[in-house]
Ligand binder design. Structure first.
Ligand code: GLA
Length: 397
């Protein structure tokens, strides 16, 4: 019976999500959190299963000392492999060799630095890394996380067999609500069952794709992670499903992990910001190059990501390797990413028609990577864009 109701609810949600416009966002999951896309750091992209409390504390310290906290990064999320076994009461325990001080102490350390604490589990019997999953223990686990002071849960989809995604995620969503603690709920189901159609009131963000790879384009030989251009292609058309409290999640950032050039990382970061994606740094924060810092700490690009209207970009023009992604900003401006997917530099033009502005409008142009106001212009703006790169501007009437 419950399943039937869930299905009916999912269909109704899907229909209403399709009917609404981005300018009229649904309220999202009842926890009232993530009114702008979550920002923070997650251990997975750089450290995989090699997590421990020393590493997490060093990420916390770096978040503060580099200025990232003050730039808006908030959640410190420990991904897979923090778990040990369940104790005699069935409560999950952290792996004691990696987290000897326990999770409540770590949460305390994080909170005292003005940050928030995120953790990871899985809707199935085991996590992707083979640790205990939450299946059948959802309410018990949610209580446990709340007692530790957890503020964010990423919930994965490995080892789920024939489980139904919508009802599995709804169960954990209800468990988090019942815990009494406000906890951001991050669905990591890889887009398999189109969560944008049913998760608006279930979670605050949902993965739209498989795992990001630290490369520009193509399938990693591991057979599952894909380059940032592949991910970007899969976001086109999903923009109307996201808004304050419920975001499309094209996976975490690879900026600074070494597989791409600085131009490529600037493109990655700019595209994530224009798409109103969560900005979860995935690198070693304690050892960042000047360039990596300049990317992750670009406050003008972050402001686009965090724009209070919360309307993700659409791909408004595509001509071979030249693309224009644009989103409306509070106050009538437009954030525009001119993307060059080819290897050779090229001129790319955005027209006011692309931006739904009148041709005659004389508009200001601010370059967000040069940090510079450019001359006002009418009808169009042309930029010279590096290969595998972007120019990102805000156009304002
Ligand atoms: C999946 C997720 C990743 C990461 C790993 C952990 O692949 O998509 O983001 O959480 O599991 O094992």
């Amino acid at each position: 019976m419950k399943k039937v109701l869930v299905l009916i609810a999912a269909c109704a949600l899907a229909a209403s999500a399709e009917a609404r416009s981005a300018a009229d966002p649904l309220p999202g999951v009842a926890n009232g959190l993530a009114r702008t896309p979550p920002m923070g750091w997650n251990s997975w992209n750089k450290f995989g299963c090699n997590v421990n409390e020393k590493l997490v504390r060093s990420a916390v310290d770096a978040m503060v000392s580099t200025g990232m906290r003050d730039a808006g990064y908030q959640y410190i999320v420990i991904d897979d492999c923090w778990q040990g076994q369940r104790n005699a009461q069935g409560d999950i325990e952290p792996d004691a060799s990696r987290f000897p001080s326990g999770m409540a102490a770590l949460a305390d350390y994080i909170h005292k630095k003005g940050l928030k604490f995120g953790i990871y589990s899985d809707a199935g019997t085991k996590t992707c890394g083979g640790r205990p999953g939450s299946r059948g223990r959802e309410f018990q686990d949610a209580q446990r996380y709340a007692s530790w002071g957890v503020d964010y849960l990423k919930y994965d989809w490995c080892n789920t067999g024939t489980q139904d995604a919508a009802s599995s995620y709804l169960t954990m969503s209800e468990a988090l609500q019942a815990s009494g603690r406000p906890i951001v709920f991050s669905l990591c189901e890889w887009g398999n069952s189109k969560p944008w159609l049913w998760a608006t009131n279930v979670g605050n963000l949902w993965r739209t794709t498989g795992d990001v790879d630290d490369h520009w384009e193509g399938l990693n030989p591991n057979g599952y992670s894909i380059g940032v251009m592949n991910i970007v292609d899969m976001q086109a058309g999903l923009e109307s499903f996201a808004g304050p409290g419920h975001w499309n999640d094209p996976d975490m950032l690879e900026v600074g992990n070494g597989g791409m050039s600085d131009n490529e990382y600037r493109a990655h970061f700019s595209l994530w910001a224009v798409m109103a994606a969560p900005l979860m740094a995935g690198n070693d924060l304690s050892a960042m190059s000047r360039e990596t810092k300049a990317i992750l700490l670009n406050k003008e690009v972050i402001a686009v990501d965090q724009d209070p209207l919360g309307i993700p970009a659409s791909r408004v023009a595509k001509n071979g390797d030249a693309e224009i992604w644009s989103r409306p900003l509070k106050g009538g401006g437009r954030a525009v990413v001119l993307l060059n997917r080819g290897t050779a530099p090229r001129d790319i033009t955005v027209t006011w028609e692309d931006l739904r502005y009148p041709n005659t409008l004389n508009a200001g142009v601010r370059d967000l990577w040069l940090h510079k106001d450019l001359p006002r212009t009418k009808g169009r703006y042309t930029a010279h864009v590096p290969g595998h790169g972007v120019v990102m501007v805000v156009i304002r009437p």
